[in-house]
Design a protein around this ligand. Structure first.
Ligand SMILES: NC(=O)c1ccc[n+]([C@@H]2O[C@H](COP(=O)([O-])OP(=O)(O)OC[C@H]3O[C@@H](n4cnc5c(N)ncnc54)[C@H](O)[C@@H]3O)[C@@H](O)[C@H]2O)c1
Length: 315
């Protein structure tokens, strides 16, 4: 298969006007790429532009944006027009399998054959999404973490019909624009990071429904306990280092037997009205009257600082 040379990629199409499509659009632009965004409806343009403005506040702190202009983002509600000159496509359409299958069926016919099409899907497999696509060999999952303009991780995996060259191409592309691509060994539900997040979430829900902890207590524990350490050392390395010279061997040999109970009681809690209401009330209590825009800005401001520390740590 013949794919466009990485150094020739200049124009990118970001499909979707939600937080992920807008986040990607801002990120690509910050890397000097010219961006055309596909919005499903003209009514989305104001919220799309406002999300780009929010992203830009953080991107300006992380990247040298000389010669990069926000006005360079073009918007189209005509899919054929949006993808016409694109050298790369990032699809962030709604998480509905039949919708994505139809979309890839269409994209497969209209997108230049040397162009890789990546999906931001957070839960579907590419084998499912590419089912009706005639040119499925260049379709790849590239799952970002929210907000995609800040968090470096992109989980990458192909489907049954994907050519491994397209997976390699995607990995090299994201690396080139400053992301941290993680190529997965196989398609698994929830990929790696979301699956870990789900395990944490499941335990949090258990504690809330059993009135063992409030959402505020859970978040206080995470932010002041494992949170800062996780930004520097992942779960495996942190436990290895925590056990001194014996490392992970000591950890598992010494503490393993005691972990049987916590490891085996992890079943999904039932989403009852009580659980729903306790979680919603607890989160509203925590945020008081702060609006979502200021909560997102505070989150981004602090993530920017963490990313700067991580870069120092890596060098
Ligand atoms: N929200 C998250 O935290 C998150 C994180 C990582 C990945 N993702 C994935 O990214 C994708 C987009 O997520 P989102 O939260 O931005 O979604 P969203 O539902 O908010 O937005 C999707 C956008 O898709 C467009 N759209 C609607 N119908 C369409 C159609 N028929 N064809 C093409 N485009 C259409 C619209 O412009 C809409 O704004 C999903 O696959 C989701 O699973 C989401």
């Amino acid at each position: 298969m013949k794919l466009i040379d990485l150094s020739s990629v200049e124009r990118v199409c970001s499909i979707g006007g939600g937080p992920i499509g807008a986040g990607w659009a801002a990120f690509f632009l910050s890397k000097g790429l010219s961006v055309k965004a596909y919005l499903h409806s003209e009514r989305e343009e104001d919220s799309f532009r406002s999300m780009i403005d929010t992203a830009w506040i953080s991107l300006e702190k992380l990247t040298d944006l000389v010669n990069v202009n926000l006005d360079l983002i073009q918007v189209s509600t005509d899919l054929d027009d949006a993808v016409q000159d694109a050298d790369f496509i990032q699809e962030s359409a709604p998480e509905i399998l039949s919708l994505k299958q139809d979309l890839y069926n269409h994209l497969g016919k209209i997108v230049r054959s040397d162009v890789v099409i990546c999906s931001s899907t957070s839960g579907l497999t590419m084998s499912e999404i590419q089912a009706h696509c005639q040119t499925a060999e260049r379709t790849v999952v590239a799952h970002p973490f929210n907000p995609p303009y800040l968090l470096p991780l992109v989980e990458i995996v192909g489907g049954k019909k994907t050519n491994p060259e397209a997976v390699d191409w995607a990995k090299n592309f994201y690396e080139r624009i400053g992301k941290v691509p993680l190529v997965m060994n196989k398609e698994i539900p929830g990929f790696i990071a979301t699956r870990l997040q789900e395990a944490l979430w499941r335990e949090a829900l258990h504690m809330v429904v059993n009135e063992e902890a409030t959402p505020e207590q859970i978040d206080k524990a995470l932010i002041n306990g494992p949170g800062p350490r996780l930004a520097i050392q992942g779960q495996c390395l942190a436990f290895h280092v925590a056990c001194g010279e014996g490392g992970m061997a000591t950890n598992l040999d010494q503490f393993g037997p005691a972990l049987k109970l916590p490891w085996t009681r992890l079943h999904a809690p039932k989403l009852t009205k009580k659980l729903r209401d306790s979680m919603v009330l607890g989160c509203n209590d925590m945020t008081k009257d702060q609006d979502f825009q200021s909560l997102a800005l505070e989150r981004d401001r602090k993530i920017v600082e963490i990313l700067k520390v991580q870069k120092t740590n890596a060098s």
